[in-house]
Design a protein around this ligand. Structure first.
Ligand SMILES: *Cc1c(COP(=O)(O)O)cnc(C)c1O
Length: 351
């Protein structure tokens, strides 16, 4: 009788938030779709694609467009089917079974999942009540556990907090671990290490276009020195990124003003949302705390966030799944944020 290998027993498919909601502030997506002009341009370019031929395994044109947009050397770039795929490849290939992966808890929910499948020795080190560890604390934890790999997001999902560049540099330089620095939200902050990735022997930076408006196309990138880039390109599945996505990503990255404009709009709406929440926090003293945010979402800390989540859902507003005492809310458009804020304020007043 066939039986599955024990590690697969009990696994269930990933469940995104289901149901229809007037307002979706739950997945850290952009509230902006692509302009029609750009979609037309993508369609025209897709008409040129030879459907019978395999895509470019190196996704060279896409990587070049990515590198140009961010002002880096294209030879340091590997494209993935979302950065999620790259996390999976890196955790599976740069770690042997039983080797130590250190993460900081809470952090991106997929890290433990891939660590589990890779049969790594995963240590999720708790960040403590402030949900933040200083660089010195992280350096100490690395000394304590001597991991093969340190993986964390900066700025962090779900806390929205970040470490400044100099702190991250010190962490990388202080450890023999491979540091996988997930900069999924760095388009919304100015502390990227992309420009110096090549200088470190032990750094892979991950980026994604999912948070800036291209989630549908699954476009992730890894940036690292040539040695690590070669290993990553050798380890990934050769045709990991289909030609439709390559073309879409290249087209958007070659319209830098549209992408920059979208990023600026998202940053602006997040900032307004954050300021409104800080005002609400003063007016409803002790009811909740809003964290500083370097991302496209805000994180609230409160007793029993599930009751707020349920109340918002009853008004057809979907926010992130509550994790312990915090709740994550993606910045929407001005009008969407207004709808969320008025529902939140009503909840604060009624309770
Ligand atoms: C959204 C997210 C990702 C995944 O991005 P994709 O490119 O869509 O796979 C990776 N890391 C963090 C921290 C994220 O929040």
């Amino acid at each position: 009788m066939f039986s599955v290998t024990p590690k697969l027993e009990g696994l269930t498919p990933y469940q995104p938030v289901e149901g229809t909601y007037a307002l979706r502030l739950d997945a850290n997506e952009s509230f902006l779709d692509l302009p029609h002009r750009l979609k037309n341009q993508i369609s025209r370019r897709i008409m040129e694609v030879s459907a019978n031929r395999y895509p470019d395994p190196a996704a060279s044109d896409l990587c070049k467009a990515f590198a140009d947009f961010y002002g880096i050397d294209p030879s340091l770039v590997t494209a993935g089917n979302g950065s999620d795929e790259l996390i999976s490849v890196i955790v599976n290939c740069f770690l042997g079974r039983g080797e130590t992966l250190l993460t900081l808890d809470p952090d991106f929910s997929m890290y433990p999942f891939y660590a589990y499948l890779a049969e790594a020795h995963h240590i999720p080190f708790p960040k403590g009540p402030g949900l933040f560890l200083t660089a010195d604390a992280i350096i100490e934890v690395c000394k304590q556990y001597n991991p093969r790999m340190l993986l964390f997001s900066n700025p962090c999902n779900p806390t929205s907090l970040g470490l400044v560049r100099e702190d991250v540099r010190r962490i990388i330089q202080s450890t023999d671990a491979l540091v996988v620095l997930d900069e999924a939200y760095m388009d919304f902050w100015n502390q990227t290490l992309l420009g110096e990735a090549e200088q470190y022997e032990n750094l892979i930076i991950l980026r994604t276009l999912s948070k800036v408006g291209l989630a549908a196309f699954r476009l992730g990138f890894a940036v690292a020195n040539p040695r690590l880039t070669n290993l990553l390109k050798a380890a990934k599945s050769p045709y990991n990124l289909n030609m439709l996505s390559q073309v879409a990503g290249q087209t958007v990255l070659e319209s830098p003003e549209i992408l920059r404009d979208a990023i600026a709009k998202i940053r602006n709406e997040k900032e307004n949302l954050l300021q409104s929440l800080i005002t609400l926090q003063h007016n409803h003293h002790g009811r909740f705390t809003v964290f500083d945010s370097k991302t496209n979402f805000v994180t609230l800390l409160m007793e029993n966030p599930a009751t707020l989540r349920d109340e918002l859902r009853s008004r057809s507003i979907s926010v992130g799944l509550p994790l312990g005492k915090y709740l994550r809310i993606t910045a929407g458009s001005e009008e969407e944020n207004r709808m969320f804020l008025s529902a939140f304020e009503a909840w604060l007043q009624n309770k």
